[in-house]
Design a protein around this ligand. Sequence first.
Ligand code: TXA
Ligand code: MG
Length: 343
Amino acid sequence: MMKTKIFKLNDLEDQDTLNLLSDAIKENQLVIFPTETVYGIGAYALSPLASKNIYTAKNRPSDNPLIVHIASKSDVNLYVKEVPLKAKLLMDHFWPGPLTMIFEKSDIVPFETTGGLNTVALRMPDHQGALKLIEASGPIAAPSANISGKPSSTEFKHVYSDFNGKVAYIIDGGKTLIGLESTVIDVRNQVTLLRPGSITKTMIEKILDESILDHSKDRPTDLVLSPGMKYTHYKPVGNVTLLKGDILRVISFLNQLNEDSKKNLCIITVNDYLDTFKDYKVSLLGKISDSKEIGHNLFSSLRLMDEWAIENIYIYLNETDEYSQTIMNRLLKASGYQVKDFS
Ligand code: TXA
Ligand code: MG
């Protein structure tokens, strides 16, 4: 175990601290930092050894590529062979922000960072602390800061419990603003959505003035376009089932479960249904009309299930708008596609 040192976000104002952190990055060490989406576990993106250190710390399969985080739009030219016009439009509109774009990589980006692919994922985060760190250190490869397979980290306590003793530094930035990871699109030929996020398909189509392809709903197989799609994600220890549809039928389904499975059961749902589920232990995500708030709290709630040692996790949520489809995307994965639809 190494000693992990913890800094607060405003420690980055101090030049000595910033130097210490950027030296660590340049020396292939790991630094966990907040972004506007989720926490990232960062290392120098142009160093094969640094990327390997990330895979080891996360216990992540090494064919699952990392996102390279940059601090200025013009840096894109250093890491990609070609910037398609459509990508430029999207960059101008959405960066800094939660949009990751996949390009053909330039030679200086090592295959260790891209999981062996000829492509590289780039994103400029909309977070002052993250941008400061990247500016001082150079491009930072950073996947979500969670042990592979666990929910992404949206709070300091999540990264601390997963990585204390395994990384050199953690920057505590409190709870992250968005709470779900960035939207991922491939911009090489036809623009293709690979992972939905808070920048929705409709928002992208509006800027491009054309419809884009959507592969974000592809089920895990070996043929998926984005390696991340084929692995288990966001999974608490307990068994997760997604419930949809008519709430009265959901209640009667729960009521007929045997006493044993009811004992260690928790329902994750929206505030509006607190009364309806009054006989059960619940974790609330926010108001049904506020998808942003639900997304903001989702991973905290999934992680709470482990803190509470829940064995049977039922999530009752219905799609209300486009952003709630992003939330559903994470929930489908968290449940391993176990869905009971009572519509
Ligand atoms: O919001 C976010 O994107 C966060 C913060 C830290 O920036 N990062 C994040 O990284 O979620 P990660 O590694 O957990 O998810 C990156 C996703 C994975 O599904 C990966 O397979 C995909 O992006 N990806 C990365 N590079 C790719 C590439 N070259 N081709 C296809 N998919 C790629
Ligand atoms: Mg991840």
